[in-house]
Each structure stands twice: as structure tokens, then as C-alpha cells.
Design a protein around this ligand. Structure first.
Ligand code: NAD
Length: 292
């Protein structure tokens, strides 16, 4: 049993946002105001919270921010037209369509319609290719970029480390694995997923364990190698009658029992979540610079 280091995403994100604020001021002196458009289709409550928080952060940094809220019955063609208009708008440097859209929307087609130079989520195939190619002009998806920044700022050496990523989504798991295996990070990476056999044994190999599954407290103490670094990406709402909202947020890691085994761990909330928004702002600044 040890006292783990708590990787405080809130304070690291605040430092990243300070850098962004300074860079924004510099760009404004050159006549460029970074602009981010966030499109929300429908009424998903978690998405509404994320979109509001993104708009608030834009305002704090002095960005031009556009929040486009569309009703749940918006057609695919109407949404594509909104994206095309934003592609053509010179005041907008970054576009994101909040996931998940309603079921009748083909999310893949919407992502492909976004100008890759404005795709600050990093989901367009052109940016996925650039991630694989390690081309720094591409946009790296914000959540895995935030995890890497947190590891880097915390002085955690990934080189030669055995890393296990649980989850293979295009938003978190796959880009996370690519970043860890890149020539900059040099980890040895395993991607585990819903069909992996003996997940606990795979996880026990990890010096760095990244959980991005969406299952509350799935990772238990005996899945974790003593002294490992654990990054919990999961954000799960679980019912809690003691809370005014009726729920509390929990990660994919059983924090109370896992933390004492770790060298370092991220809390939920206050770990990866704040880093995601900070990296979105960084990506928008990159887009504004590259489009200038
Ligand atoms: P997803 O549903 O797209 O992918 C989940 C992945 O987990 C899949 O690849 C699946 O193979 C794997 N999986 C599912 N059940 C499994 C099991 N029993 N064993 C092993 N693997 C299993 O989810 P996502 O978009 O990658 O998000 C994952 C989690 O991260 C969610 O809780 C989400 O809310 C959270 N998230 C957090 C942030 C943040 O800013 N912190 C950002 C994005 C997602």
C-alpha cells in the first residue's frame, strides 16, 4: 500500500489554458480572433453540459464562439448544410459536432463533411492519417492528447513502458494507443477491448494503464500491477439519491481500492475531463494559426 500521486487534471488544464490565453492575445494583435463553432443536435443532457462548458472556456480565453443548437429532428441534409456554411465562414477556425448525434444522423458522413483544416476534434480521415504518420499539422483527438499532456507534465516516462489501453474507439482508445507507440513516446502498447480474453491478466502487465470503456468501476485492484500509473478516462453517471442531481460521476476504475496500489492515478472528476477541453482550445489555436 502506498500513497499514490494524484494527477490533477484541473491544475494542469488551467496551466494549458493560461498558455492559450497568452497565445490568443498574440493572435488578436495580428488581427486574428480564434473562432470555434460547436454544433449540438438534440437534447442529450451530458452533451448539453459539455457544449456549455466548451462555450464558457472559449469566452474566458477571448475566442469568438458560436453555439448552434439544432432540434433532434434536424435532417442529415440540414446538418450537412450547417457544416458547409461553417466550412466557408472565415471567422470560424474550428468546427465540432457534439457526439452522439440522434440515431437518424450518419455521424461518419458529418465528420467527413467538416473541412479537415477546421476539424479540431481530429476525427476526419485526413487527420487520422496524419496521426498515424505523426504529421504535426494534423489535429490529435482532444481526450487522448489530454492524457498524453498529463503524463508529460507529470514527468511520467513512457519510453519502453508497457502500456495497456482498454477500449478501441476512434475517439479515445485507438488514438491513445497511436500516441503512446509514437516515436515521441516509445511505449510498448496493447489495445484491449470487449472481446479480449482475460482482461485482468492483460491489465496486470501494464506500467501505464488507460481505461476508456464506459463501465463504472470495472478495473479492480487485482487488475493493477503495484506501482502502475492509471489514467481513468471513463465518465459514467451512476444513480445517487444523496445528490441533488440524482447521480454522481464515476470513472472506469474502482478508485478507492485501486489508488493505494498505484504510483499515480487520475481522479474522476478532475482528471482527464478538464484536459479534454484544454486540448480542444489548443487545437482551435493551431487551426487559427494554420489557416492564417
Ligand atoms: P465507446 O463506447 O465508443 O468505446 C468503448 C470501448 O470499450 C469499446 O472499444 C469496447 O470494445 C470497449 N469495451 C466495452 N466493454 C468492454 C469490456 N467489458 N471489456 C473490455 N473492453 C470493453 O466509448 P468512448 O467514446 O471511447 O468512451 C469511453 C469512456 O470514456 C466513456 O465513459 C466516456 O464517457 C468517456 N470519455 C471521457 C472523455 C473525457 O473527456 N474524460 C472523453 C471521451 C469519452
Amino acid at each position: 500500500m502506498t500513497t499514490p500521486r494524484i494527477l490533477d487534471g484541473k491544475s494542469v488544464a488551467a496551466a494549458v489554458l493560461d498558455e492559450c490565453r497568452a497565445e490568443t492575445a498574440g493572435l488578436k494583435q495580428l488581427g486574428i480572433t480564434p473562432g470555434l463553432a460547436v454544433v449540438l443536435v438534440g437534447e442529450d443532457p451530458a452533451s448539453k453540459v459539455y457544449v456549455a462548458s466548451k462555450a464558457r472556456t472559449c469566452a474566458e480565453l477571448g475566442f469568438h464562439s458560436l453555439k448552434i443548437e439544432l432540434s433532434a429532428d434536424t435532417s442529415q441534409e440540414e446538418l450537412l448544410q450547417v457544416v458547409r456554411d461553417l466550412n466557408a465562414d472565415p471567422a470560424i477556425h474550428g468546427i465540432l459536432v457534439q457526439s452522439p448525434p440522434p440515431k437518424h444522423i450518419d455521424e461518419e458522413a458529418v465528420i467527413r463533411a467538416i473541412d479537415p483544416r477546421k476539424d479540431v476534434d481530429g476525427f476526419h480521415p485526413e487527420n487520422v492519417a496524419k496521426l498515424v504518420l505523426e504529421d504535426p499539422t494534423g489535429f490529435v483527438p482532444c481526450t487522448p492528447a489530454g492524457c498524453m499532456k498529463l503524463l508529460e507534465v507529470s514527468g511520467i516516462d513512457t519510453s519502453g513502458a508497457e502500456a495497456v489501453v482498454i477500449g478501441r474507439s476512434m475517439i479515445v482508445g485507438k488514438p491513445m494507443a497511436l500516441l503512446l507507440v509514437s516515436r515521441k513516446s516509445n511505449a510498448t502498447v496493447t489495445i484491449a477491448h470487449s472481446r479480449s480474453k482475460d482482461l485482468a491478466a492483460i491489465c496486470r502487465r501494464a506500467d501505464i494503464l488507460i481505461a476508456a470503456v464506459g463501465r463504472p468501476e470495472m478495473v479492480r485492484a487485482d487488475w493493477v500491477k503495484p506501482g502502475a500509473v492509471v489514467i481513468d478516462v471513463g465518465i459514467n453517471r451512476v444513480g445517487d439519491a444523496t445528490k441533488k442531481s440524482g447521480y454522481r460521476l464515476t470513472g472506469d476504475v474502482a478508485y478507492q481500492e485501486v489508488a493505494p496500489r498505484c504510483a499515480a492515478i487520475t481522479p474522476v472528476p478532475g482528471g482527464v475531463g478538464p484536459m479534454t477541453i484544454a486540448m480542444l482550445m489548443k487545437n482551435t489555436l493551431q487551426a487559427a494559426r494554420q489557416l492564417a
